[in-house]
Design a protein around this ligand. Structure first.
Ligand code: XLS
Ligand code: CA
Ligand code: CA
Length: 438
């Protein structure tokens, strides 16, 4: 029985198609720079927004109309599994991602929660087997339940730390059972509201202890997923410890965790941190830790995590450029951690939203491939830094130069020193031409 009877299978029809249930750019088998679009993009559905999100906000209850609304908690969970695989099938999306509580209802005790999870995981496994769909990542929700009011791994309450550890242990077992490609740690309430009552050092030490335990346990059970840590600067706490990529990297390095983790970079978290998405991707890339992305976008007029479906071609192009320069995402993928607007409350909107996001990324991929192929930015950057390939610049880069040798050089320089224009407006015009040509 179909849960989305009004939605046909979505196919690629190409540019100019007026069919709202068709891709205009995402052509899975089309080869771009030696790989198919499907291989480059590795799209994933985010279970929490697409099947659990209701459209509620602080001023109003949910608006979404779903066929499973009136079912009991466990039946609802089962219906959502059906919905997940039907949506993935119709949209030709190969992966999905979930938090434990997205897929199965919490019980009155931890043991009951585990039991519910086991029931649904068995169902997910059956569906994965019969459809060939895969799990990009799973994670533990350590932030919604009131027990996490003071954090999870960074809580002042050791019982909460223990509960969180047990939940992660189960998450790793579930990931192994379902063959997850990655396992995500997003620091839900790992942060603080005020230093007045916070032992920051102990909280960070404990967070690192928890992550080390997870690394050890994954090894013990032979779960070989890539571990990902997802930065975010604020929300829900005023100050999240994993503020941005650079901060998270320093934390991982300080605690001897860097070799075990890569980053899951979310566009909206980047902009909340005062960075562009491509900035965060670049920092991760040059440090060898770009693992996966949460594809969405924020609203520059709003200061919170609006998690909108990505439609901004500049952002998808520059993001795909970083990903191509990274040699791809490896085991990672492009996860639509995005929700339809509250006013888009019909089932069909879930499909239109994914089509919009997939086309925006496919087009971003094509534009980025052109930038790479034609070496547009490479040439600009190589030319701009050419002074470091010869003479004094080459001495600096090779380590030959000292303050003394540089002083001697600087003293004989003609004044004023000559600089060249950065040509930014011209470069942006070129970028415009490329984005609109593909
Ligand atoms: C919340 C985060 C979260 C993570 C997974 O802002 O984006 O959904 O991706 O826990
Ligand atoms: Ca996210
Ligand atoms: Ca988010």
């Amino acid at each position: 029985m179909s849960l989305f009877p009004n939605v046909p299978k979505v196919q690629y029809e190409g540019r100019g198609s007026k069919n709202p249930f068709a891709f205009k750019h995402y052509n899975p088998q089309e080869v771009v720079l030696g790989k198919t679009m499907e291989e480059h993009l590795r799209f994933a559905v985010a279970y929490w927004h697409t099947f659990v999100g209701s459209g509620s906000d602080p001023f109003g209850v949910g608006t979404a109309v779903r066929s499973w609304d009136s079912l009991s908690p466990l039946d609802k969970a089962k219906a959502r599994v059906e919905a997940n695989f039907e949506l993935m099938e119709k949209l030709n999306i190969p992966f999905y991602c979930f938090h434990d509580v997205d897929v199965a209802p919490e019980g009155a005790t931890l043991a009951e929660s585990f039991k519910n999870l086991d029931t649904i995981v068995a169902l997910l496994k059956d569906h994965m087997k019969s459809t060939g769909k895969k799990l990009l990542w799973n994670t533990a929700n350590l932030f919604t339940n009131p027990r996490f009011v003071h954090g999870a791994g960074t809580s002042n309450n050791a019982d909460v730390f223990a509960y969180s550890a047990a939940t992660i242990k189960k998450g790793l077992e579930v990931g192994k059972e379902l063959g997850a490609e990655n396992y995500v740690f997003w620091g839900g309430r790992e942060g603080y509201e005020s230093l007045l009552n916070t032992d920051m050092k102990l909280e960070l030490d404990n967070l690192a202890r928890l992550l080390h335990m997870a690394v050890d346990y994954a090894r013990e059970i032979g779960f070989d997923a890539q571990f990902l840590i997802e930065p975010k600067p604020k929300e829900p706490t005023k100050h999240q410890y994993d503020f941005d990529t650079a901060t998270t990297l320093a934390f991982l390095q300080n605690y001897g965790l860097k070799e075990h983790f890569k980053m899951n970079i979310e566009a909206n978290h980047a902009t909340l941190a005062g960075h562009t998405f491509e900035h965060e991707l670049r920092v991760a890339r040059i440090n060898g830790v770009l693992g996966s992305i949460d594809a969405n976008q924020g609203d520059m007029l709003l200061g919170w995590d609006t998690d909108e479906f990505p439609t901004d071609l500049y952002s998808t192009t520059l993001a795909m450029y970083e990903i191509l320069k990274n040699g791809g995402l490896g085991r990672g993928g492009v996860n639509f951690d995005a929700k339809v607007r509250r006013s888009s409350f019909e089932d069909e909107d879930l499909f239109y939203a994914h089509i919009a996001g997939m086309d925006a990324y496919a087009r971003g991929l094509k534009a980025a491939a052109k930038l790479v192929e034609e070496r547009v930015l490479d040439e600009i950057v190589e030319n701009r830094y050419r002074s470091f390939r010869e003479g004094i610049g080459a001495d600096i880069v090779s380590g030959k130069a000292t303050l003394k040798s540089l002083e001697a050089y600087a003293l004989q320089l003609n004044q004023p020193i000559k600089n060249e224009s950065g040509r930014l407006e011209q470069i942006r015009a070129t970028l415009n031409e490329i984005i609109f040509s593909v």
